[in-house]
Write a protein that binds this ligand. Structure first.
Ligand code: DGY
Length: 318
């Protein structure tokens, strides 16, 4: 029998690569650790592959699946988000798509909580201030931010990560509400989105990116927000209309923003880069060592499961 080939678009470390190799597959890894494969390298790499282990920056579409060939059985995302993958095109070709939910929930919620703290208490701005070696002395209004205790956190997308953030924020004394109309989970009050926006001091986004959620937060939503609200996004950049966000910051309508994701990654809107009240991180929500290892292992396990005729742990439904 011909050895099956798995194309892995980035070096996932010895654990995950070892698992793939032990299953008897030929494993081909994109050789450059510091640079993701270009589209043409991807197309070359996947040709003849039965499995692809892919990162969220790589577009997985019908053209690529056809280029890989009819033996392609599984595309395993090393991420919970799968907006880079054309799931329907995969399903039409009988290709299983898998992702890595759960294992990154805590890490992503930690970062969202960190951004809330950083923006509300102006931590990054204060650090930059000291590094400029400006003179300073303690004063009652010096670097005043907002206490978290008693603030209302509005969660858009009360799923795994939203709920994990709620647990963290509760420990800081925040009151939690969520956007939506379904029954309340964890005793969290749900309100229609526009209503929730009008009462939340901090709004944090935790929905997947789909055609329906693109620009979920735009000019109308910023106008509905409580004056001086803070916006946090650790989900996907295009959930927010970035131009409208910059306008809302410029007008003083928003107190600040904490962003880990961007509309046109890796580009960042220049209007965000110049603002002290915006804390920016480069899509590091799941970038904890243990989390990244778990993600890599889960993606490898899913790949092996499909290629050996079993059920993957975390398939993505079409
Ligand atoms: C995901 O898994 O979708 C994250 O954005 C990667 O950290």
């Amino acid at each position: 029998m011909k050895t099956r080939r798995v194309y892995v678009s980035s070096d996932l470390g010895p654990g995950a690569l070892g698992l793939l190799k032990e299953s008897g597959c030929e494993v081909v890894v994109h050789p450059d650790r510091d640079r993701p494969p270009s589209r043409s390298e991807l197309l070359d790499g996947v040709a003849g592959a039965s499995g692809i282990v892919t990162l969220l920056s790589e577009k997985m579409d019908g053209e690529l699946f056809d280029h890989a060939g009819p033996q392609l059985a599984v595309v395993s995302a090393v991420s919970v988000g799968t907006d880079n993958i054309d799931i329907e095109a995969a399903a039409r070709r009988g290709i299983t798509v898998t992702n890595t939910p759960d294992v990154l929930t805590a890490a992503t919620a930690d970062l969202a909580m960190g951004l809330i703290l950083a923006v509300n208490r102006r931590i990054v701005e204060a650090d930059a201030f000291l590094r400029r070696r400006e003179s300073w002395s303690w004063g009652p209004r010096f670097f005043l931010g907002r206490d978290l205790e008693g603030e209302v956190l509005g969660i858009v997308g009360y799923g795994r990560i939203g709920a994990a953030l709620a647990r963290r924020a509760r420990a800081f004394g925040m009151k939690i509400i969520a956007a939506g109309t379904g029954p309340a989970r964890d005793g969290v009050e749900r309100l229609p989105l526009q209503e929730m926006l009008s009462v939340a001091d901090v709004v944090s986004l935790h929905v997947p990116l789909t055609a329906e959620t693109r620009h979920l937060i735009g000019p109308r939503e910023f106008a509905s927000m409580k004056p001086r609200a803070v916006v946090i996004n650790t989900a996907r950049g295009p959930l927010i209309d970035e131009g409208a966000l910059v306008q809302a910051l410029d007008s003083g309508r928003l107190r600040g923003a904490g962003l880990d994701v961007y509309e046109q990654e890796p580009k960042i809107h220049p209007g965000l880069l110049v603002r002290d009240n915006v804390v920016l991180t480069p899509h590091i929500g799941s970038a904890g060592e243990q989390t990244r290892q778990r993600m890599a292992m889960l993606a490898a396990e899913n790949t092996v499961a499909v290629l050996t005729g079993g059920d993957p742990k975390t398939p993505v439904a079409c």
